[in-house]
Design a protein around this ligand. Sequence first.
Ligand code: ARG
Length: 476
Amino acid sequence: MAEKETLGSKALGSKALWHGRFDERPAETLMAFTQSLSFDQRLAAHDIQGSISHVRGLERANILTSQETEQIVAALQQTGDELAAKKFAFVKSDEDIHTAIERRVTELCGATGAKLHTGRSRNDQVATAFRLWTKDAITQMIEATLALVEVFYDQAIATGDAYLPGYTHLQQAQPVALAHHFAAHGWALSRDVDRLFDCLARLDVSPLGAGALAGTSLGLHAGETAEELGFAGAFQNSLDVTSDRDFVAETLFCVAMLGVHLSRVGEEFVLWSSQEFGFVTLDDQYATGSSMLPQKKNPDIAELARGKAGRFIGNLTGLLATLKGLPLAYNRDLQEDKEPLFDSVDQVLLGLRAVAGMVQTARYNTEVMATAADNPLAVATDIAELLVSEGVPFRQAHAIVGELVRQSLAEGVAFVDTVVAHEKLGPRVKELFVPGASAAQRTSSGGGAPEAVKTQLAQLDEQIVADKKRLQLIQP
Ligand code: ARG
């Protein structure tokens, strides 16, 4: 039949997978718009894994003989090798990686290969391969996040009793131990680790056997293929599992939250490395220069850790918008699930590793930090708490000290002298002004005193050890 040309779009030379029902071949513009091969090639290994398991299921259901099974499995393995070695020849009608693999298997073993897709649809196939891929991705993200938690822990230990101003509203509030500060980022990231483990547990469901939407009549057992593929179990509802992308949205949320934590670390390093703060000097390996200004040393890792969070949030909200309002079951819209997840996973892994390097190698200028923290006004709360320990109601103590601050600023008298001159306070208060003394007062659990910080560092260490054990259990 002569090829038709419409709106400048030629029909494709080769037949599509679904050609039986169609008189004509798909238009090039259709293929250009609907293909996913350009980005879903990275599912190849997981697709092959799912396909081999499916073929073994067909053998158990007596649909394939053992000879046919071995033939198809060998062809799948060869196809996998060709893809891994980048020696695979794609053709124009390869719409996605799944059709490309099936085409090649059929080329390699003819009529037998044509049995590969029995009792299966791309709808359960894609969902299976993508869940397998995501399981691996989560494992890698847990590993990289834990490595960063460990960097913060190590820095906290290494920094000893150094202290810096603690801020609220980015105004100096109370001095805090640098170890306390590093550990705070460690705890936030360790929640990300925990969230990723949770997400993994929920996504650990095999969709294989759900068919296009409603299962199959061919006696395939989803539970068996699920076990073979290392899933915790198989789906309960085929309509649900073929169209369920909760696992993608959840993983994107985990990355977005992790990205928000990285962005907060990033923002602090941007501030700390500025001339105005001077708290940190970035290692040359983890800083960048300016193409025009010779003196510049820029914190680009920190800025991109901050900037990429926007992209992670966009990937999450974009997918949620795609999922919203989709009727059961599979709709082609769902193909839009892949690029955001690939992107978020790639970028967060790069970010985690770069930030770990930056935090690990930076020089922390603890003298500059201490000088900034020794601002006498930072002791105000400790003075109020001293009055409280002597029976003054807190609101009253707050007012007394507030008044002393105001007086000291108005009269240009050193705060310590104003305080010492107060009848209720006197010279004994001077010891609170000794550098570092203030932080040592806050002995409450999780607080800033050296003992309290030591305790929580031991807890963080325990958490890291426990998470490493959990990680070993899921690593291939
Ligand atoms: N590449 C597609 C995806 O990722 C494959 C599924 C196509 N299924 C279908 N019924 N047309 O979703």
